[in-house]
Ligand binder design. Structure first.
Ligand code: ARG
Ligand code: ZN
Length: 896
């Protein structure tokens, strides 16, 4: 039963330092799937900086206690309970030995020590270590670890843990042992152990100081042919961090291990990163260009954590964004540099656009709902629910704003000071902000509000041109919109907002900028610092009425309100020197049209689209001076969830009708152009994994997708069948299959069914590709006669489907519930009933994954009344039946 009174709320304000510290720990594992025996020997002492405590309270979950000893003697003054182990009568400093048993084979939560494909893996962040042994499982307790692993040698030939291998030996009875030593102090959430039948791709490299390092990517034997890209990404990441931040790899050995059962993307355990296979395994036949890019980003992300997260870690989990926001920012910059080099603005903009699209669709929505929280949350029930878009993506935007304010050099100075002050420590977001402020001689007191206020700021822009005085006044005013109560509570005052702006002349070129009071003009983009609720910035010597280019490169995570005309947006789309804002102009234009159409669709009025809008998109489509990657992004319409979120009352069916109408209109009006673009960007010859080649594939496949929208999709079917059969890479093969599925909505499904069967048989032994097979079917367009929920229900019974593997559950269930809004929000509520069933079923196996799925309904109050009521009923059913703290926190907040 749901019962708020039983969920303990953890508050940031209640932080107290630990009463005891653990300086070192020696762990011994006897690995057996059913019962693994763990002996932990810890050097414990009282924390001189904490209030004295009468007893030692260790955390522990799902453990069987065997024995407790202090300084070698049995210590009967202890008590094991539901949340851990209490030890009474402890001296000031002592050696504590604890023996216990955990049960990896029956651990379906994938937190702690568990078995996947017959091998052992761990996941300890945030609070999984307590499921392995009793410990002070909190990030401000940092210890050195030595780990001895014993296991059957035939079943588990490879035994890995953090740091360096110091001993390996054979034992009687066909067992063997390995001993690992990690010289760096670390919190328990960075502990890792892996054991099983694995093989590695190895490289030796030299880092900047000339030291040789061993790099390994460990996988199951049949996956060795899919490790090269992860290894290359790791090597690139190591060099990038040396060059950009002067940060060198600090261990002799760095290992990545892939596991197919994993709750999240990957984990930065010291020297032994553990990854979801999805973010390691790739070759051209199995992985798309997007997969390749994601692998590079996630390998970079986890590697960069070695400094931002591991060398300097978080004092408590409220500070999660200290490491996550910063590390996401670092991986974004890494990907941008890899794609476009440090200086190619247009190529870098592609990455920026992709990141902002995710932020606006996902984080802005989170910030408008019941889970809204500041980048540094004030409270939580279950910390795993706070690995959110806000902590990660908005947190990265907050870090980016320092760089926008201080420049790359100023940001680097701040980073250097941060490491100089805090290496080896567990610190707070304030410590990071102070390092940036002090290194740049700035007072950043006001900037703190970015960490403590939830909700998305809106900036209204007014402009006035005085032709006689040749002055152009830009007035910016900031406020929060009608956020959910959760966000409103936190809002205290105006933010410091870096607002990048340019002024564009009649000829489309940037005007030189001179603000009132400045001696001379300089530059064509200026970062205005908005600090008041309302402020006016006046440009002087402005020869002609300019068109403003606002919030260039998305210089702050805000919503800009300015009434451009359609002609002005078309002009910006064609001319803005800021590539991000060119894209933005097209999105604004499309969004405005689509929302107007959605209102008409909701009212059953006929739909029509102005020729000028078609013309604006036609110019982008045919402009061969623009990079294909940019054109692809500019020609993708805003997503259905993003559009629904902009409506007074979200109406997914109306949004879908409007968006489909525009897609079909663009397909029909520009049919010849799409065909020409398809032909021109076909890339015959051997597969190349470069960003340029990926750009051509992306644009070509977008053309195919539009052609599949035509009333007569026979061109698309012909091209897709040929492309499917001749594809030498997954990007092209999957795009061809998607196009056939889309065309089958209007035409016979024969080709689509044939290709689906072929695809399944071809890739039966590649689980990550079979995930795509499920996802493509779950997200396909349906119709009244062919509701996709029927397909999804049927696929739940497919022999390859299982709820226990998170990737597989995500590929079918999450894809349908979050990736197919028009079908999921069916008027009869069938989608919601399905959702409730799956949340409840998953909750019994894996609360973390169940809680993610539970979030699919959190914005229920924003929908039209009929849908709202059906959603409420589904939420109430889950609230009544969910047993985990994870799911209860989500549904209770949603219903509150
Ligand atoms: N620190 C990991 C990363 O950012 C995420 C791990 C989160 N895991 C969890 N169960 N909450 O890459
Ligand atoms: Zn991370």
């Amino acid at each position: 039963m749901s019962d708020t009174a039983t969920s303990t709320v953890i508050r940031r304000a209640d932080y107290t330092p630990p009463a005891f510290l653990i300086d070192s720990v020696a762990l011994e594992f006897d690995l057996v799937p059913e019962r693994t025996f763990v002996k932990s020997t810890m050097r414990v002492r009282r924390n001189p900086d904490a209030a004295p405590a009468a007893r030692l309270d260790l955390m522990g979950e799902a453990l069987e206690l065997v024995s407790v000893a202090i300084d070698g003697a049995p210590h009967p003054a202890h008590r094991a309970h539901e949340h851990g182990l209490t030890v009474d009568n402890v001296p000031d400093a002592f050696e504590l030995s604890i023996e216990s048993v955990c049960k990896p084979a029956e651990n379906t939560t994938l937190s702690g020590l568990y078995v996947s494909s017959g091998n052992f893996f761990t996941q300890c962040e945030a609070e999984g270590f307590r499921r392995i042994t009793y410990f002070l499982d909190r990030p401000d307790v940092m210890s050195t670890y030595t780990v001895t692993i014993r296991a059957d040698k035939a079943a588990y030939p490879v035994l890995l843990s953090n740091g360096n291998l110091v001993e390996a030996s054979d034992l009687p009875d066909g067992r063997h042992a390995a001993k690992w030593d990690d010289p760096f102090k670390k919190p328990s959430y960075l502990f890792a152990l892996v054991a099983g039948k694995l093989v590695a791709l190895e490289e030796r490299i030299r880092t900047s100081s000339g030291k040789e390092k061993l790099l390994q990517v460990w996988v199951e034997p049949h996956d060795l042919d899919k490790t090269r890209h992860a290894m290359d990404s790791l090597i690139d990441a190591i060099h990038w961090d040396e060059e950009r931040f002067g940060l060198e790899l600090d261990l002799d050995r760095f290992m990545i291990v892939a596991v197919s059962d994993f709750n999240m993307g990957a984990m930065e355990n010291k020297g032994l990163n553990i990854f979801n296979t999805k973010y390691v395994l790739a070759n051209p036949e199995t992985a798309t260009d997007t997969d390749f890019a994601n692998i590079e980003a996630v390998v970079g992300h986890e590697y960069f954590h070695n400094w931002t997260g591991n060398r300097v870690t978080c004092r408590d989990w409220f500070q999660l964004s200290l490491k996550e926001g910063l590390t996401v920012f670092r991986d974004q910059e890494f990907s941008a540099d890899m794609q476009g080099g440090a200086t190619d603005g247009a190529a870098r903009a592609v990455k920026r656009i992709e990141d902002v699209r995710v932020l606006r669709q996902m984080q802005f929505a989170e910030d408008a709902g019941p889970m809204a929280h500041p980048v540094r949350p004030e409270s939580y029930v279950e910390i795993n629910n706070f690995y959110t878009m806000t902590v990660y993506e908005k947190g990265a935007e907050v870090v980016r704003m320092y760089q926008t304010l201080f420049g790359r050099e100023g940001f680097r100075r701040g980073m250097d000071l941060y490491f100089k002050r805090h290496d080896g420590q567990a610190v707070t977001c304030d410590d990071f902000r102070h390092a940036l402020a002090d290194a740049n001689g700035r007072d950043l007191t006001q900037f703190e509000r970015w960490y403590s206020q939830a909700g998305t700021p809106r900036i209204a822009v007014r402009t006035a041109y005085d032709s006689a005085a040749r002055r152009y006044a830009v007035t910016l005013s900031q406020r929060y919109g009608d956020a959910a109560p959760a966000a409103r509570e936190t809002q205290k005052g105006p933010l410091l907002i870096p607002f990048a702006i340019g002024l564009i002349g009649r000829d489309g070129a940037d005007l030189p900028l001179r603000l009132e009071g400045e001696p001379a003009a300089g530059g064509t983009t200026r970062v205005l610092e908005l600090t008041e609720a309302e402020q006016t910035f006046t440009f002087v010597d402005v020869e002609q009425p300019p068109l403003p280019s606002l919030l260039r490169n998305f210089s702050a995570p805000v919503i800009v309100e300015y009434d451009y005309t359609n002609d002005e947006l078309a002009f910006l789309l064609a001319n803005d020197s800021d590539a991000f804002n060119r894209w933005e102009a097209g999105q604004r234009l499309a969004t405005r049209e689509l929302l107007a159409l959605a209102e008409r669709a909701a009212a059953n009025e006929p739909l029509s689209l102005d020729d000028s809008v078609v013309a604006a998109f036609a110019r982008v489509l045919t402009d061969e001076s623009l990079s294909p990657a940019f054109r692809e992004l500019a020609l993708v319409l805003p997503s259905e969830p993003y559009l629904a979120e902009q409506m007074a009352e979200a109406d997914p069916a109306a949004v879908h009708m409007a968006r489909q109408f525009v897609r079909q209109r663009l397909a029909t009006a520009l049919r010849e152009e799409w065909l020409a673009v398809y032909a021109r960007h076909e890339t015959p010859g051997p597969f190349e994994p470069t960003p340029q080649a990926a750009g051509h594939r992306g644009l070509k496949n977008l053309a195919l997708a539009y052609l599949a929208e035509l009333d007569d999709p026979s061109d698309a079917i012909r091209l897709a069948v040929a492309q499917y059969d001749s594809a030498n890479n997954m990007t092209d093969r999957a795009a061809a299959l998607s196009a056939l599925l889309a065309a089958s909505a209007t035409r016979s499904a024969a080709q689509a069914d044939g290709a689906l069967d072929d695809f399944y048989r071809r890739f039966e032994r590649e689980p990550l590709v079979i995930d795509k097979w499920f996802a493509m079917q779950a997200t396909q367009r349906g119709s009244q006669e062919r509701p996709i929920i029927d397909t999804v229900r049927r696929l739940m019974g497919h022999p390859a489907f299982t709820l226990r593997n998170p990737n597989r559950a995500r590929s079918l269930i999450f894809s349908f519930c979050s990736g197919n809004p028009a079908q999921f929000h069916a008027a009869d509520g069938s989608g919601y009933a399905f959702w409730a069933d799956q949340v409840i079923a998953l909750d019994a196996l894996n609360p973390q994954v169940a809680a993610r799925l539970a979030r699919a309904l959190e914005l229920w109050r924003r929908y039209t009344p009929a849908l709202r009521e059906r959603m409420r009923a589904a939420l109430e059913r889950v609230a009544a039946q969910a047993s985990s703290r994870d799911v209860r926190e989500i549904v209770e907040k949603a219903l509150a």
